[in-house]
Design a binder for this molecule. Structure first.
Ligand SMILES: [Zn+2]
Length: 253
């Protein structure tokens, strides 16, 4: 269990992983507080695809950019797949790329944002590059291996050595609440060992296992161990189906 730091900036609050609190590496897991969206999206909703007013979402995204001191925010219209986008230096404006679930870059000044309501955001930092990655990991992403594939993509694009990578797993659905009634059909047998009690799965441990298998050092992997369904300061799809998405963000300054 990692003790996260809490930082307020104007009306926003974000959680910081100690392993990523480094010069030139803005990051944070933003709570739902400090934005302008109204119920049921109150208030820092960053998703354009949940029925919220797009102008309010754009304002919320601007609030996040301001909090992290950057002008460019790149996100994906996430589809629970395994496609990875390398964000190049030519990307000078905000972008929401369709059909991707992970983003990687070595370009300074670009923030990578993952949008969540129970799924994980896994943030990756290669200090040798430097380079960064951000992956949206729901259970379908875990099954598809989006995390191992993101590590491979960073190695191909930036020469990242997995043993150098620092990884953090954001607040997300915990083993207390991740019930899968149809796991025999939905989840591969390799995941079945990750049941705490029957039918409840520890996807935090599954991500840690996938990262270690990809070559990361156990001491470089931090889990927030905070369940979004149990924590009202985050959006949770399992708690409120009609709700917003919170932001996990990392960038190179
Ligand atoms: Zn829970």
């Amino acid at each position: 269990m990692t003790t996260l730091q809490r930082l307020s900036f104007q009306a926003t609050e974000r959680l910081l992983f100690p392993s990523l609190v480094l010069p030139g590496l803005p990051h944070g897991i933003f709570t739902r507080h400090g934005g302008v969206s109204r119920a049921p999206f109150t208030s820092l909703n960053v998703s354009l695809h949940v029925g919220d007013n797009p102008e309010k979402v754009r304002t919320n995204r601007a609030i996040i950019k301001n909090a992290l001191g950057s002008n460019t925010l790149v996100s994906c219209h996430q589809v629970h797949g395994d496609a990875i986008l390398q964000v190049k230096a030519s990307q000078a404006a905000d972008l929401e790329a369709d059909g991707y679930d992970a983003l990687i870059t070595d370009t300074p000044g670009i923030l990578l944002m993952i949008q969540q309501a129970d799924c994980q955001a896994v943030l990756l930092y290669d200090p040798a590059g430097p380079a960064i990655g951000a992956a949206h990991v729901g259970w379908r992403g875990s099954v598809a291996g989006i995390l191992p594939k993101t590590v491979v993509a960073m190695r191909a694009a930036f020469g990242t050595r997995p043993q150098d990578l620092i990884a953090v797993v954001s607040p997300s659905l915990g083993p207390c609440c991740a019930e899968f009634r149809h796991f025999e059909e939905e989840l591969p047998s390799a995941f079945h060992a990750f049941q705490g009690r029957p039918g409840y799965f520890d996807f935090w441990a599954i991500s840690r296992d996938q990262l270690q298998t990809s070559g990361l050092s156990p001491r470089n992997i931090a889990l927030a161990s905070l369940c979004t369904r149990c924590s009202p300061e985050f959006y949770s799809y399992r708690r409120n189906h009609h709700t917003g998405r919170f932001a996990s963000v990392i960038g190179l300054a």
